[in-house]
Write a protein that binds this ligand. Structure first.
Ligand SMILES: [Zn+2]
Length: 63
């Protein structure tokens, strides 16, 4: 058993892209293992290009 904390996935409500911390965002230069909360405010959705910093666009997925 690993002690790794389970990181939440987040969905972009504009285009339904799902940010999966286990995968990161290759396109945006984000390596696997980065929590959504730790993405820079300048990070953009790789699908629709909306800014992460914009409120109410990304929603945490509970699983
Ligand atoms: Zn999007």
């Amino acid at each position: 058993m690993t002690q790794m904390t389970k990181l939440s996935r987040w969905v972009c409500l504009e285009c339904h892209y799902i940010y999966d911390p286990a995968k990161g965002d290759k396109k945006g230069g984000i390596p696997p293992g980065v929590a959504f909360e730790d993405l820079p405010d300048t990070w953009r959705c790789p699908e629709c290009n909306i800014l992460k910093a914009k409120k109410g666009v990304f929603k945490r997925l509970d699983d």
